[in-house]
Write a protein that binds this ligand. Structure first.
Ligand SMILES: C[S@@+](CC[C@H](N)C(=O)[O-])C[C@H]1O[C@@H](n2cnc3c(N)ncnc32)[C@H](O)[C@@H]1O
Length: 472
């Protein structure tokens, strides 16, 4: 080692690396740190004093990238911890698709994506789970530019697919000599960028932005303080009820509060705690829900939208809320009654996260048609997104009482109850939703079903029911 480098230099280098990148090197690894420092000094032609002073003062992203090439561990592969991707497919994405809805769709982040396998696995699952790929945004960031170059090339060794199910290999990869190449549809679904997870970066961490963050096998290499700083940033950038996936060897214990531990599919992951108002559902029940009847029910006109609603619904996941609204508003008055137009408008507004206006539309509708179950359901969605789960539960119950064959309020109430930890209520509502979903009116599903086909809603319901200890 360079005789000019003393233990103090190595200690300073280690501290600067921890402060700037997060990585934790104790004294047993000073030999390795010394070799890296020597290489950087030789590459830049700087003295140890000058180099360390610049690094401590906040050197460029370029230098941090060069250090990351040397210091980070980039081990990764497709569908690593496969059970987490099953949970993503069966619980997390369907739920976030309903909860997040709105014009912006579902947003995923792979934080510390290395050579891209994790982010591309997310993209494959999203394509197989969500009907409209345009309603999902996947970002993937890493500090190491060499890893990002590999990600962009999307050429992998077959070993990278060791956990990939055969049917997915066939569908999304093709052979190319000794390599496999990822399908363009998956490659183009991910936006990669070089980012330091520890740098103050409002563009990467907007408040309440992501539905799901995969940050796996990153904080295990960090100092405890930097792990806490990163997870605090993740928490602030998750939407209420958003999910965080860590690596199998990682935990939030002692790192962060405010997350609930989820345990499904034989794996663990975290969900950002619902706001305090949602911890318990203390809904005063004004009308008890009627028992589910399989006999044909008279369908209230306002809960059976006109068949052109699928077109309106189709515009929602693409973010074209204004377009969807225009389509509702320009329908000729004779095509549907005023109540239907108002209901569709309310649903479109709620999907676009314009909650106050959506609620106002529902209340206008209820003023002329107090028994409109659809309006109560939309109010339940709005109340939940506003953090008022008791209000949401009340409107779901009202909707079910008015239209006992209407599946969505049962499903919604079941999910809200599950989140609040009321497993008994959750089981009851989800069980009823499961029965009702099989016979739910198709046009009503297309308006209220969050863009999901019946099968997906049934699968979501089943998975949630299993999670609450109900029969599958
Ligand atoms: C072991 S890999 C994990 C890859 C993938 N998440 C997985 O679990 O398979 C850790 C990645 O975190 C990245 N990393 C470490 N510190 C980082 C930082 N401060 N900012 C961004 N990426 C970082 C490394 O470059 C490396 O690619």
């Amino acid at each position: 080692m360079n005789p000019a480098l003393g233990p103090m230099d190595l200690a300073r280098f280690g501290a600067a690396v921890a402060a700037r990148i997060g990585l934790d090197f104790d004294e047993t690894r000073f030999g390795f740190l010394g070799e890296v420092l020597e290489r950087r000094l030789a590459a830049l032609g700087r003295t140890p004093a000058a180099y360390l002073a610049r690094l401590e003062a906040g050197d460029t992203a370029e230098e941090l990238g060069a250090l990351a090439r040397e210091l980070t561990v980039g081990e990764t592969y497709f569908f690593r911890n496969r059970e987490q991707f099953q949970a993503l497919a069966e619980i997390v994405l369907p739920e976030r698709r309903i909860a997040a809805a709105g014009g912006d769709g579902v947003r995923l982040l792979s934080a510390g994506c290395a050579s891209g396998e994790e982010a591309y696995s997310l993209a494959i699952v999203a394509r197989e789970t969500i009907v409209d790929p345009a309603s999902v945004t996947i970002r993937a960031v890493d500090i190491n530019p060499a890893a990002l170059e590999q990600a962009a090339a999307a050429h992998y060794s077959p070993w990278a697919l060791r956990e990939t199910p055969p049917e997915m290999r066939r569908k999304w990869f093709r052979g190319d000599g000794r390599h496999v190449v990822l399908a363009e549809a998956v490659r183009s679904a991910v936006g990669f960028a070089q980012r330091n997870l520890l740098a103050p970066d409002p563009e990467l961490w907007p408040p309440g932005h992501y539905d799901v963050v995969f940050c796996r096998n990153v904080i295990m290499y960090f100092t405890p303080a930097q792990a806490r700083a990163l997870i605090a940033r993740v928490a602030a950038s998750l939407r209420p009820g958003g999910y965080l996936f860590l690596g199998h060897a990682e935990t939030l214990r002692g790192v962060a509060e405010g997350f609930c531990l989820c345990h499904t599919h034989g794996t663990f992951y975290y969900r950002l705690d619902w706001r305090d108002s949602c911890r318990t559902i203390a809904a005063p029940v004004r009308k008890p829900a009627e028992p589910v009847s399989t006999a044909p029910q008279p369908r209230h006109p306002a809960t059976a939208p006109t068949p052109d609603m699928p077109a309106v619904r189709a515009a929602l996941p693409t973010g074209r809320v204004a377009e969807a609204l225009a389509s509702v508003r320009t329908r000729p008055p004779e095509a549907a009654g005023e109540t239907e137009a108002l209901l569709a408008e309310a649903m479109v507004l709620a999907d676009g996260d314009r909650l106050a206006v959506a609620e106002a539309a529902c209340r206008r509708l209820l003023a002329v048609d107090p028994r409109n179950a659809g309006a109560h359901y939309v109010l339940a969605l709005c109340r939940e997104r506003a953090g008022d789960c008791a209000g949401a539960a009340e409107h779901d119950r009202e909707a079910s009482a008015l239209a006992p064959e209407f599946a969505m309020p049962r499903l919604h109430l079941g999910l809200v109850a599950r989140r609040a930890g009321d497993r008994v209520l959750a089981r009851g509502e989800l069980g009823q939703a499961l029965v009702l979903l099989q016979g739910e009116d198709g046009t009503r599903l297309s308006l209220f079903g969050g863009g999901f086909p019946r099968d997906t809603l049934v699968a979501l319901c089943r998975a949630a029911l299993r999670e609450c200890g109900g029969a599958p």
